[in-house]
Write a protein that binds this ligand. Structure first.
Ligand SMILES: NC(=O)c1ccc[n+]([C@@H]2O[C@H](COP(=O)([O-])OP(=O)(O)OC[C@H]3O[C@@H](n4cnc5c(N)ncnc54)[C@H](O)[C@@H]3O)[C@@H](O)[C@H]2O)c1
Ligand SMILES: [Zn+2]
Length: 708
């Protein structure tokens, strides 16, 4: 965004032109965000556009366009989904940022209702979950339809997808005949990270943030994909109802909780703006530790009779407001672009910034993703930021979301220093001088130096000693850097760790005599290294640091090959794209082509292979057990639990089944072997019957697994 004329100085002609430009820009952002689940601008930039549009409309009401963004919610349903017309519209929320706006919200409501400034007026305050809204329609206690918000009037039918969420009950007891429960579908930070890791390993697209991941996962034409994605749900409201739930917002939410819907535990009753502000601050302080994204706090008038009297504006209720957290962005000077070389050789451009405070944190570095991003293109070659590139010396907008690494979101061309040149992305590795190449379809340029590249070697060593890998006490990232550069007692590859003590014994300058070390700490380090000479197979596979082999995949591989001998010989004999070993590797559920190719290639790269062999010579590798007991009657079977279990919780039942080697699925499909149905089992039991899948009750299940 370039410097803007303040709204109060706009001429009518300029205002008209700008309303046109804003309508287009906002419509484009809405499409990218709501339909493609892939935003092109930050939320803060988007909110700023909407605010400016509203401010111009307020000053020139006659210029308001028939297609004004102020009167629109979301985006029309995407092609491919059946459409659902909402019996009661699904709206958006008005926004507030400053404390004065909260006082103003309270005052406005009092004026509207004719309440004295000191008359009691209670609000609920709860986190604003950053996911996507979903409306669940129950008739006679059964889930009959689930729909996204769409444009507020018409949403997308995602019933089959919603049924795969464990947080969404199929059947509820004691509810009104017709009940539409509304709430937010979201993905936790942990699930988001794991999903992106799996997607990357399988060579599939990754998501920019948990909200997009949640929306992209729910809005799938194939419900089986939704079923494989870890989604959660919080209920916060309702649509159509055949009988009132309660007299108050809080009372109604409590009833939804009683029906079995998760509701947010941070919901509080507040008796005015001061109490709202206090709860806002309390929630903001817990934001980073919640484990899921929230983007503000929602205030609602608690008394439902008053809500009814207040009613709605074109796109928002008068009785609620979203108090958003401060925009986590700021403008600053990009001083230099530096290239970091990672464990797998990826050249990552980093922006060195003139330090600036963003959302309360001082930021001096931000990621620039890759060379296309700097050049103003996306992976497909289409322009981003209207095609503006980023250069050293530029004035840039830095953006932080939650605890994610800061990003450079935008650039102000009007402040570009004279003579600034387009950034020339290096084609050789700045650390080792090897060629840095880009594979077809890869957005990343990689150093081809492999183990001769010091940057890759150090990063791989750091990975080798990290938590899920060898996790050697006293040998962290800092010590690894130090040993790597050490002349007399170097650690240049993993095998060197296990010869350290022998080499130290033969060395004149002993570790214990060095600065920062003593008799005790040196002895402790050697003991810690010795303790890891025996290592489980899954940890070893993970520690090798092969591209795309994360902890989850390493575990998968270990449980499949069971011993190092089997794994090593399979990798040695495998050929990419053909043969029995290759076919076996690909047949493992969760192993995709990209991962398989990366593994086989690593084992056939001579220097890499030699380094693995040198390491393994020092180790005793423990075989792993296949998951669960192999000889149990349910081993290898796919089991679905539905309805109420009486002897144990769902979580417990799942854990026990898994311990016995069964796979527990959330929804019934042709792959299901067994359905365990308790009282109240709904559509899943029906589906099982239709597919001819064996269905038993809890008692029979307990007998089967031998614990009745
Ligand atoms: N980056 C972009 O390009 C882009 C484009 C469009 C929209 N957006 C973002 O989307 C949002 C605007 O869209 P919007 O119309 O959905 O408004 P909104 O997300 O600001 O507010 C309305 C939504 O809040 C949700 N919500 C979460 N917790 C809630 C609670 N406890 N009670 C009630 N509602 C709750 C509901 O889903 C509701 O639909 C903004 O945050 C905007 O930045 C971004
Ligand atoms: Zn290199």
């Amino acid at each position: 965004m370039t410097a803007e004329t303040p709204v109060e100085h706009l001429t009518e002609a300029a205002a008209r032109a700008e309303l046109f430009r804003l309508a287009q820009e906002i419509a484009r952002a809405d499409d990218a965000y709501h339909l493609k689940d892939a935003p092109e601008i930050s939320d803060a930039t988007y909110d700023a556009l909407k605010r400016r549009n509203a401010a111009i409309e307020a000053r020139f009401p006659a210029l308001k366009r028939p297609d004004s963004p102020s009167d629109r919610v979301g985006a029309a349903p995407a092609e491919g989904f059946a459409k659902v017309r909402h019996e009661r519209r699904m709206l958006s929320l008005a926004n507030a940022f400053a404390p004065e706006e909260i006082a103003e919200f309270d005052a406005r409501i009092r004026r509207y209702l004719g309440l004295a400034p000191d008359a009691p007026l209670v609000y609920t305050a709860e986190p604003k979950i950053d996911g996507l809204s979903l409306s669940l329609r129950y008739e006679g206690g059964r889930l009959v339809q689930a729909a996204t918000r769409g444009d507020g009037e018409t949403g997308e039918n995602v019933t089959a997808n919603a049924r795969t969420l464990a947080d969404i009950p199929d059947r509820i007891d004691g509810a009104p005949e017709i009940l539409e429960v509304r709430g937010e579908v979201y993905m936790s930070h942990a699930d988001f990270e794991a999903l992106n890791a799996r997607q990357a390993a399988a060579g599939q697209k990754t998501f920019a943030n948990p909200r997009n991941a949640a929306a992209g996962s729910l809005r799938q034409l194939d419900p089986a994909i939704t079923a494989s994605r870890p989604l959660n749900f919080f209920a916060y409201g309702w649509g159509a109802l055949s009988a009132p739930l309660a007299d108050t917002q809080k009372g109604a939410i409590d009833r939804l909780a009683g029906f079995g819907f998760p509701v947010n535990p941070l919901t509080a009753l507040c008796d005015g703006p001061d109490a709202l502000m206090a709860h806002y601050t309390a929630i903001e302080q817990r934001r980073a530790t919640l484990g899921y994204d929230i983007d503000g706090v929602v205030y609602k008038v608690d008394d439902l009779t008053l809500q009814e009297r207040l009613g709605f504006r074109s796109t928002t209720p008068r009785w609620a407001i979203a108090h958003k957290f401060p925009a986590e962005l700021a403008w600053t000077r990009l001083e230099k672009i530096e290239i970091q070389v990672g464990r797998t050789g990826a050249l990552s451009p980093v922006a060195r910034l003139h330090p600036v405070t963003v959302g309360g944190v001082v930021v001096s570095n931000a990621t620039l993703h890759n060379e296309d991003y700097i050049a103003g293109r996306d992976a497909k070659g289409d322009p981003i930021r209207d095609g503006k590139d980023i250069r050293e010396g530029d004035w840039v907008q830095v953006y932080r979301a939650g605890d994610v690494i800061p990003k450079v979101a935008d650039v102000d061309l009007s402040k570009r220093p004279e003579g600034a040149l387009p950034y020339a992305f290096p084609t050789t590795c700045p650390e080792c001088g090897s060629d840095a190449i880009r594979d077809e379809g890869d957005s990343v340029r990689r150093c081809t130096g492999g183990l001769i590249c010091p940057a890759q070697a150090v990063e791989r060593l750091k990975h080798f000693v990290s938590r899920g890998a060898f996790d050697i006490e006293g040998l962290g990232a800092k010590q690894v850097e130090m040993f790597y550069r050490d002349e007399t007692l170097p650690i240049r590859e993993p095998a060197d760790i296990f010869t350290l003590q022998d080499r130290d014994a033969r060395n004149l300058s002993k570790l214990r005599n060095r600065e920062g070390w003593g008799e005790k700490s040196a002895a402790n380090l050697f003991a810690a290294i010795d303790a890891r000479r025996t290592i489980p197979l899954n940890r070893l596979i993970f520690a090798l640091g092969i591209r795309h082999v994360g902890e989850v995949n390493a575990d998968l591989l270990a449980r499949n090959y069971l011993t190092w001998q089997a794994f090593e010989s399979a990798m040695t004999n495998a050929t990419v794209g053909e043969g029995a070993e290759w076919a076996h590797l690909l047949s493992i559920d969760g192993v995709g082509r990209v991962l398989a190719e990366s593994l086989v290639t690593a084992f056939h790269q001579p220097a890499e292979r030699a380094s693995i062999d040198r390491l393994v010579a020092h180790l005793t590798i423990e075989p792993v057990q296949p998951r669960g007991q192999v000889d149990s009657p349910v081993a290898g079977k796919t089991v679905v639990f539905t309805g109420t279990l009486e002897k144990m919780t769902r979580a417990e039942a799942k854990a026990r089944a898994e311990a016995l080697g069964a796979k527990v699925a959330g929804s019934v499909s042709r792959k299901t072997d067994l359905v365990v149905a308790g009282p109240g089992a709904g559509s899943k039991a029906k589906q099982a019957a239709e597919l001819g899948i064996e269905t038993i009750d809890e008692e029979a299940w307990l007998t089967l697994i031998g614990t009745a």
